[in-house]
Design a protein around this ligand. Structure first.
Ligand code: PRE
Length: 424
């Protein structure tokens, strides 16, 4: 293992609520050091155990999920012991004069029994759950984090990728990230990142998104030459902006609240931001127009991500998200989808993304030339729990047609009553 070294900036960033920036978490040295500093031999291995049991490349039926889970935990528990013996327990809070992540001291070298708490995705023992989101305070993602985990500590991150890393490095316990909007469609970046990272979807939350046009106090609509916001927010308000007579330049920035902050800190009297009423309050802007989304039922769906999956259940409605690829062109897609249809399992979403490793399939035809087909990764959400035999059987069948299959998560559906956006 690499020698331990401090992760000073990350801890202080969280405290000051400044967004975590990519360049602060990306160096691989920091990745390795932080992963081991946070003492979570136990939990890290639980995560591996859970991944082994319910994720990775799906292998066979999931009827044995609990058994797989338990045996994986047992194997990994012995690794925990050997790691604890190899690693000097430490709860240093400073190394070379720098503050470090707080460590939980390991009191004994004897093996600790795994408890149900270790296996469940419950918050850090007694502490507030730390939830990473993309954006700055006042962003809709912050509101979604609060809806998903009501008394959490929301941790702003400057990019989606950083939110993924914050969870992987134990800086955060969860990430809450948008995946689709009722007007703007899918947030493709997060689909791609779900595949590149090893986090599990443990829940979903839908948030009514109510946009406001914000400007500095005293600024009138006819002073404006520019409107800035997150690209999704700009597209969700496109028609209304035109109706308001705002034929001004649109500029995309990282998040809605960041746009509001930018207008305020740079004292821009010719620029408005599209953001929430909370952002107006936080950054001292006035609301020039309220509810400017093109559809009053504008909703964004967010997923909750954790290092460990939850154990799927059948006592409430569950959804399962998978991603797959196949070798033989898109005709296989029909067979895959019929595996769900025959079992009366409803699909709630299907999304395709370019296959990064094999974007093109060439089909040689001596007479005509070479046909080129795009290759895809397919993301499917279906309404069933992985604890249900019909879902297990459907996936066993899907596996026969596919070259790659991964379960991204099986999690409770957001069943909160529909509540259209109303500005608070
Ligand atoms: O910019 C924000 O406030 C966000 O939380 C991001 C985001 C998105 O990515 O779609 C979230 C919800 C809204 O649909 C608009 C923007």
């Amino acid at each position: 293992m690499q020698s331990l070294a401090p992760c000073p900036s990350l801890q202080s960033i969280i405290r000051t609520k400044t967004p975590i920036h990519a360049n602060r978490v990306s160096p691989s040295r920091l990745v390795i050091q932080c992963a081991y500093r946070s003492d979570s031999a136990n939990a890290t291995n639980n995560s591996a155990a859970a991944a082994a049991a319910t994720n990775a490349n799906f292998s066979g039926g999931v009827g044995s999920t609990r058994a797989d889970w338990q045996s994986a935990c047992a194997i990994l528990a012995s690794k925990v012991v050997s790691q604890q013996q190899d690693t000097k327990p430490t709860n240093n809070t400073a190394v070379n004069g720098h503050k470090t992540l707080d460590l939980v001291p390991i009191g004994t070298n004897l093996p600790q029994a795994l408890t149900i708490t270790d296996l469940s995705p419950a918050p850090m023992h007694g502490a507030k759950l730390r939830v990473a989101y993309q954006g700055v305070p006042g962003a809709y993602s912050e509101a979604a984090a609060g809806k998903a985990y009501p008394s959490c500590e929301a941790i702003p991150c400057d990019q989606f990728e950083v939110a993924f890393q914050a969870v992987e490095l134990w800086i955060a316990d969860r990430a809450v990230l948008p995946v689709e909007n009722s007007l703007g469609g899918s947030i493709h970046r997060n689909y791609d990142l779900l595949l590149r990272h090893r986090l599990h979807i443990v829940g979903e939350v839908q948030l009514a998104v109510h946009h406001c046009l914000l400007a500095l106090p005293g600024v009138r609509k006819d002073y404006l030459t520019r409107v800035i916001s997150h690209p999704q927010a700009l597209s969700q308000c496109e028609l209304t902006l035109t109706k308001l007579g705002l034929n001004v330049a649109r500029e995309a920035v990282d998040d809605t609240a960041g746009a509001a902050e930018f207008v305020a800190t740079n004292n821009l009297r010719d620029t408005a931001a599209i953001a929430s009423a909370r952002a107006a309050e936080l950054y001292g802007l006035q609301i020039l127009a309220d509810g400017i989304q093109d559809d009053s039922s504008n909703v964004t769906r967010f997923v909750m991500l954790a290092r460990e999956p939850i154990i799927p259940r059948t006592d409430r409605p569950f959804k399962t998200s998978i991603v797959f690829a196949h070798d033989k062109g898109t005709s296989v897609l029909f067979k895959v989808l019929s595996a769900f249809a025959f079992r009366n399992i409803s699909l709630t979403k299907i999304e395709s993304r370019p296959h990064r490793n094999r974007p093109i399939r060439l089909v040689d035809d001596a007479n005509v030339g070479t046909a080129k087909h795009f290759e895809y990764m397919f993301y499917v959400d279906f309404e069933a729990s992985m604890a249900e035999p019909r879902a297990q059987n459907a996936l066993a069948e899907v596996q026969e047609f596919t070259s790659f299959l991964r379960v991204l998560g099986s999690y409770p559906m957001d069943m909160t009553p529909w509540c259209p956006s109303h500005g608070d």
